[in-house]
Design a protein around this ligand. Structure first.
Ligand code: NZQ
Ligand code: ZN
Length: 387
């Protein structure tokens, strides 16, 4: 096990009706709130109204900035920073999914800085001060409600980059599984894939003697898979939605990565598909992960065997390690098929003749990954495998 530090300051209010806790979370602490949201789902399903009521009861002044698009744009972040500075905002409240939360985090960072916000994403500036961010989560997927990251797309440069710092972890997150009932089916399952991917990025590692986090990761993967099947049968199953929502936070708040090296190559490869073609984050991961697994599993046959046996119940008896590892990957692909996610670039309707362009973007800051270091050539090979 590696040495590690763990910091998860986010207050979580979880369960049906937990929006009722918002008033107390802001009352007396904040005065001028920037309410940040997406393209309108919260106005259709009533979440907006319930949020506004709580803020009114808390007696805070509310400024609104809606219209965040999936794979949030730098231009909107810049607009938010200007507004936050002008109105002297003291809390940025994100009501929505990862895109809204990440945009809110970047605004909260830029609001207290004179530097160009993109410099933080390029690693030219370090994070020192950030306004508090609150979250009302409407889609379990990214874990951004408790994570240290913000991922933003610079539309002019086709670059999708992240800034990571503990100061970016939200102050609080309201998580009501009922709020996720209005999600379109594809978003629900893209979210499921994203949650699994955050576990995979930590689970498939060279780090040894991490038995506790191995078992916690396997339990979380199995919980997500079991409850995804339940949602296939009945999308209104509150308990299944609650299990997936909780798993989404656990998958990416740092708990499952304690003491382990983490990878993030598949995220890096997937981000280019969002930057270039606007692909949904979870969809890119469903396409990339099976290909990445097939490309790298020989780097650590033991962990891929453990995955096959402990998660999907593959029998190790009388089988080679190679066979067991590949069976685990096959089961995972089968799961993707059952939940209706594309498993290849072709199935996702993404180009299969631009691998060099994708790879060039992926390695723009150098090679990446931990289980196997991914070079430009490796990136091309993985995209080809995902064809
Ligand atoms: O914009 P609206 O109208 O609200 O619609 C959204 C959007 O179209 C819709 N939606 C959300 N909640 C809904 C709903 N529709 C109906 N009912 C609801 N309850 O869902 C669509 C997708 O929303 P988005 O916020 O884009 O989804 P997600 O949470 O998957 O966020 C994806 C973004 O987060 C980044 C991704 O790269 C991507 O840009 N990530 C952030 C991470 C982090 N900060 O820690 C880690 C992740 O790995 C990821 O990279
Ligand atoms: Zn992700």
């Amino acid at each position: 096990m590696k040495n590690f530090s763990f910091y998860s300051p986010t207050i979580i209010k979880f369960g049906e009706g937990s929006i009722g806790k918002l008033q107390k979370l802001v009352e007396g602490k904040y005065e001028r709130v920037l309410l940040h949201y997406g393209g309108g789902s919260i106005k259709k399903n009533g979440v907006y109204q319930q949020t506004i009521e709580q803020l009114e009861n808390a007696g805070v002044e509310v400024f609104e900035l809606g219209g965040v698009k999936p794979n949030p744009a730098l231009s909107m972040v810049r607009e938010g920073i200007e507004l936050a500075k002008e109105k002297k905002i003291d809390l940025v409240l994100a009501v929505g999914g990862g895109s809204v939360i990440d945009s809110a985090k970047a605004i909260a960072l830029g609001a207290l800085s004179d530097s160009d916000i993109w410099d933080f994403f390029l690693g030219k500036e370090s994070v020192e001060k950030v306004l508090p961010v609150g979250v009302v989560l409407t889609i379990p997927a990214t874990g951004s409600e408790a994570s240290m990251g913000s991922v933003v797309t610079n539309e002019d440069k086709n670059q999708k980059m992240s800034v990571n710092d503990d100061l970016l972890r939200p102050a609080f997150a309201i998580m009501d599984p009922e709020y996720t009932m209005t999600l379109p089916r594809e978003q629900t399952f893209a979210g499921v894939m994203d949650i699994l991917s955050h576990i995979f990025e930590r689970y498939f590692t060279h780090t040894e003697y991490v038995e506790l986090t191995d078992r916690l990761a396997e339990a979380t993967i199995k919980t997500v898979v079991n409850n995804a099947y339940k949602l296939l049968e009945n999308p209104d199953d509150y308990n299944a939605r609650a299990e997936i929502m909780l798993s989404g936070t656990i998958a990416h708040n740092g708990l499952l990565g304690m003491g382990r090296e983490d990878d993030w190559a598949s995220h890096q490869l997937g981000h280019q598909l969002s930057a270039l073609y606007g692909a949904t984050h979870g969809v890119t991961l469903g396409v990339i992960f099976p290909a990445w697994m097939k490309y790298v599993y020989r780097e650590n046959l033991d962990i891929f065997n453990q995955f096959a046996v402990n998660v999907f119940g593959v029998s190790a008896f009388g089988n080679t390690q190679e066979h067991v590892a590949l069976e685990g990957i096959r089961h995972f692909e089968e799961f993707l098929k059952e939940i209706g996610l594309p498993r290849t670039l072709t199935e996702a309707g993404l180009p299969t003749n631009e691998f060099e362009r994708m790879a060039d973007l992926a390695v723009s800051m150098g090679s990446f990954g931990a289980l196997k270091t991914i070079s430009r050539e490796d990136a091309i090979n993985i995209y080809k495998l995902a064809e």
